[in-house]
Design a protein around this ligand. Structure first.
Ligand SMILES: [Ca+2]
Ligand SMILES: [Ca+2]
Length: 431
């Protein structure tokens, strides 16, 4: 069952070609069973993109809470080598630890001294630094790229800070500084290191960060299965004038490591969150209220803390020759359950796809895709017959019946969905 997305009017509302008994343009998916869903076994070779769509169903993402920035033990040379680093703290970030921790994952470490904040990303990536973009015009996050976001203030508990964390949009009140950093190597071997200021990306930026003391270096692992990215960010690029963070100080921080994946797609991971819920993995970039609290630790050489997953499981970490290793014993590799139903669609251009499964009552039973990036072309994603799950609870099998899917796509934040039948609901879901 291969169908195409269809434009409606001038907007970007699309729906599957097909039919139902209400005359809507949708695809009917029939599930027949006398005792729960029994879905047809489907063949999908496509795979890698389908796997990403299934990521939430079959794998577990890391969800590390808060973060430690260690004092630099000595002078830090930005050369892509970690021999000048205290690696006793840091987080392991992965979007699917059961299936992808050996292919798409990264350790993030940070240190500080009186002049700079340092970042070290130790990537697990069999295609090191293969971002297809150019730093002369493309966005780095479309491929291998480390995105890091900071919110600095003298006192994170000050009323103006807590107020802006609740409001979600607007401007940074003084003396708050929000900075969104994109750090990557482009296709021509140029290392790109830049930032936008303001929680809403509307307050300029540091200009040419490298001319102001920022630096970045990359080094491929000898086995070709990963690389190290070392970054230096002078404090004046991270704080408002007059603000100075010292040992014991705190800031907010979150990371979004990105990977180029086969076929030109993008895989993104979100990590470092604040305890207490409210994790926003879609609009993480504009939700500093869920970013983790990063502490400038007075002392280094800490006891490594365990890797935490979104379902609360934790896996011990120990240092081996100063390098953290995770003990994954007890982690079961999840297998794709039998009986998926495929949804096929094609995109005329690269874009972000959201796709819901609806029951005959017109209720959304499953949010199958939520702003998932896909390149132009034909794709298949699979539905396991379950309702929408949460990080704490798996979905339930849907009852036997007829189900339809509807999808929308857009080319990025800033576009507006419009027109099309049933557009009001879909528009709301788009943004
Ligand atoms: Ca170094
Ligand atoms: Ca890569």
């Amino acid at each position: 069952m291969t169908m195409s997305f269809l434009h409606k009017g001038n907007g970007r509302i699309v729906s599957g070609l097909g039919f139902d008994n209400r005359g809507r343009d949708v695809i009917m998916i029939s599930i027949e069973s006398s005792s729960g869903p029994r879905l047809a076994v489907l063949v999908s070779a496509s795979a890698i993109l389908a796997m990403f769509a299934l990521r939430s169903a079959c794998g577990t993402e890391t969800e590390n809470l808060n973060f430690s920035i260690l004092p630099a033990p000595g002078q830090v040379t930005v050369d892509g080598k970690a021999d000048d680093w205290d690696l006793s703290s840091g987080i392991f970030a992965c979007g699917d630890v059961e299936n992808s921790r050996d292919r798409f994952a990264v350790w993030i470490h940070a240190m500080y001294d009186s002049d700079n904040l340092y970042l070290l990303a130790r990537w697990v990536d069999p295609t090191p630094m293969n971002n297809p973009g150019s730093s002369k015009g493309d966005y780095g996050f479309r491929g291998d790229c480390l995105q890091v976001r900071f919110l600095t203030a003298p006192d994170l508990d000050a009323p103006e800070v807590t107020a802006m964390l609740r409001s979600r949009v607007g401007k940074d009140p003084d003396p708050v500084r929000t900075s969104h950093w994109d750090c990557w190597m482009d296709r021509d071997g140029i290392d790109a290191l830049g930032a936008a200021y303001g929680v809403a990306f509307n307050e300029g930026g540091p200009g040419n960060a490298k001319e102001r003391g920022a630096a970045q270096a990359f080094r491929k692992d000898k086995d070709g299965r990963g690389y190290v990215q070392e970054i230096r960010l002078p404090w004046p690029l991270l704080v408002k004038p007059g603000v100075r963070l010292k040992a014991g100080g705190r800031l907010l921080m979150t990371v979004e490591p990105n990977f180029t994946v086969e076929g030109g797609g993008r895989l993104t991971i979100k990590d470092i969150f604040r305890p207490g819920g409210g994790v926003d993995r879609v609009f993480t970039f504009s939700s500093p209220g869920c970013w983790g609290v990063a502490t400038l630790e007075p002392r280094g050489r800490l006891e490594p803390r365990p890797v935490r997953l979104s379902d609360g499981r934790q896996f011990a970490v120990k240092l081996a020759n100063g390098v953290p290793e995770v003990d994954w014993s007890g982690l079961k590799r999840s297998e794709l359950p039998q009986g998926f139903k495929t949804v096929s669609f094609s995109l005329p251009e690269d874009g972000y796809v959201s796709l819901n499964i609806w029951n005959e009552k017109g209720e959304v039973v499953r949010q199958l895709l939520t702003c998932v990036p896909f390149p132009a072309g034909s794709h298949q994603v699979m539905w396991d017959g379950l309702t929408t799950m949460s990080v704490r609870r798996p979905g339930d099998p849907v009852p036997a019946g007829k189900y339809a899917w509807r999808g929308i796509w857009h080319k990025g934040i800033g576009l507006r969905c419009s027109t099309g039948e049933s557009s009001s609901t879909l528009s709301e879901r788009c943004f």
